[in-house]
Design a protein around this ligand. Structure first.
Ligand code: BGP
Length: 457
């Protein structure tokens, strides 16, 4: 039997925009998702917008009461910036009371709330001023963070600033899956830099506040594997890791931006505008822990036809189609559990073995109703197998000394997924959109309970 360390966190992750619903009511102002859906509804799967999502705003009591039934002892979700501070300055009292009840209900059910501040949901009022392109966004975010710490710091002891900052950068400014959906490498780097500084300033606010607890950041990790050991392929791998992995891990954990990344950006005319005090702020405000969302590796090779200076990341590294890959056909993502061991060792050896946890891991599958049994339960054995395989490699990493303190599955109750709407389902519970958002436990929920009860499998 595989046993995990004592007090291991077993839980799930989600976010405010993907679960709450009530997206344009109860005092909340619009985010880029609300406005983009109005502008381009055709981009969204089946016309499913951010309006109602999984209705947690009304159903949180039932949801939290069900968490122990699948063995969860912790849950990560986020606060909606546009709900808490609709104009960026004034508190929305309805939001304060909603979140206070929500978090208190978690505590009453012995669920540790891990609360994140930004999950791709840029308030529209700030987007109209340029969003993360505008340097004022840094202090606007720090003010929001300070407000959240003041309002909920007595209930929440584990905080994170951003979920997967790379995603709003690359999807918004390179690959067109998030608003403003433009293609501009230089702007992407500037947006990334302001995001980093917003994180750093939120950590500063946390340290200046008197609340006890810890603060971290949630990063998506796609460890790069090169096609071969040739010099060119290894150079591509290095560029991929610098841009995507070390870009946030180094400054947030070690307090410095990697010199090689600074050189790479300079060499490609991508250096962002910076303030003279930034270096010191970065050095002074490192995190207490890291959350890593792992879904798939990144296979890379040297670019076949690159431009210099680079116009796109593909001028620095190209994706490589590994012939032996195993794919989740619904999401199109490679399934490679072995990477979790490599990630664990990276955290041990490159990041002074800082405490970290798997903050998201999961498998999105379309049309899951096909697998519904007579009892109404979805038999998602594939998801159980997916989790087992990943946990085996994670466990190997822990045995080798990596300081991992938990595993969160994406997600708890099926939720809305950006442009993909409700196409791929990830939950331990299904949600019936035609029947008052009725939740029904899946077989993976039963398995997760056993896993958590035994602290292993
Ligand atoms: C992560 C995000 C989540 C979630 C998940 C599943 O990158 O943090 O918000 O959506 O991926 O991916 P998707 O919903 O795109 O299938």
């Amino acid at each position: 039997m595989i046993k995990f360390p004592d007090n291991f966190l077993w839980g799930a992750a989600a976010s405010a925009p993907q679960t709450e619903g009530h997206s344009s009511s109860d005092g909340k102002s619009p985010t880029t998702w609300d406005e983009w859906f109005k502008l381009n509804p055709e981009k969204f799967n089946d016309g499913q917008g951010p309006q109602n999502t999984s209705n947690v705003y009304e159903m949180y009591k039932e949801d939290v009461a069900n968490m122990p039934k699948v063995g969860m002892n912790s849950y990560r979700t986020s606060i909606s910036w546009a709900r808490l501070l609709p104009d960026g300055k004034n508190l929305n009292e309805e939001a304060v009371s909603f979140y206070r009840y929500y978090f208190q209900t978690m505590l009453d059910n012995n669920i540790e709330p891990i609360i994140n501040l930004f999950h791709f949901d840029m308030p529209w009022w700030l987007m109209e001023k340029g969003g993360w392109e505008n340097c004022d966004s840094v202090e606007a975010f720090a003010f929001y963070a300070k407000t959240a710490f003041e309002q909920f710091g007595d209930l929440v002891k584990t905080w994170s600033t951003f979920n997967e900052p790379l995603v709003h950068i690359e999807c918004g400014y390179l690959y067109q899956f998030h608003y403003p959906a433009i293609v501009d490498f230089k702007k992407a780097v500037q947006v990334g830099y302001h995001t980093l500084m917003a994180h750093v300033c939120a950590v500063r606010e946390f340290r200046n506040s008197n609340i006890d607890g810890k603060i971290g950041i949630i990063l998506n990790v796609l460890p790069a594997y090169s096609r071969s050991d040739s010099e060119e392929d290894l150079k591509a791998k290095e560029a991929a890791d610098l841009l995507n992995t070390y870009s946030f891990l180094d400054p947030t954990v070690l307090g410095v931006i990697p010199t090689k990344l600074v050189e790479l950006l300079r060499d490609n005319n991508l250096t962002p505008d910076i303030q003279s005090t930034d270096k010191e702020l970065i050095a002074q405000n490192t995190v207490d822990y890291i959350g890593l969302n792992y879904y798939q590796p990144r296979r890379v090779k040297a670019p076949s036809n690159s431009q210099h200076p680079a116009k796109m990341p593909s001028d620095l590294y190209e994706s490589y189609d590994w012939p032996d890959k195993k794919i989740n056909p619904y999401r199109g993502w490679e399934i490679y559990p072995e990477a979790l061991y490599d990630v664990a060792i990276m955290m041990r050896d490159q990041y002074h073995n800082i405490p970290w946890f798997v903050s998201e891991n999961g498998m999105g599958v379309a049309d899951e109703q096909r697998f519904k049994g007579k009892d109404g339960m979805i038999d998602d054995q594939y998801r159980i197998d997916f989790m087992k395989e990943h946990l085996e490699y994670l466990h190997k990493g822990i045995e080798a000394g990596s300081n991992c303190f938990g595993y969160h599955v994406w997600t708890y109750v099926d939720c809305w997924s950006w442009l993909n709407g409700y196409r791929n389902r990830y939950g331990l519970f299904s949600v019936d959109l035609e029947n008052h958002y009725k939740r029904t436990m899946k077989k993976s929920g039963l398995w997760f309970k056993e896993l958590a009860d035994n602290n292993g499998f």
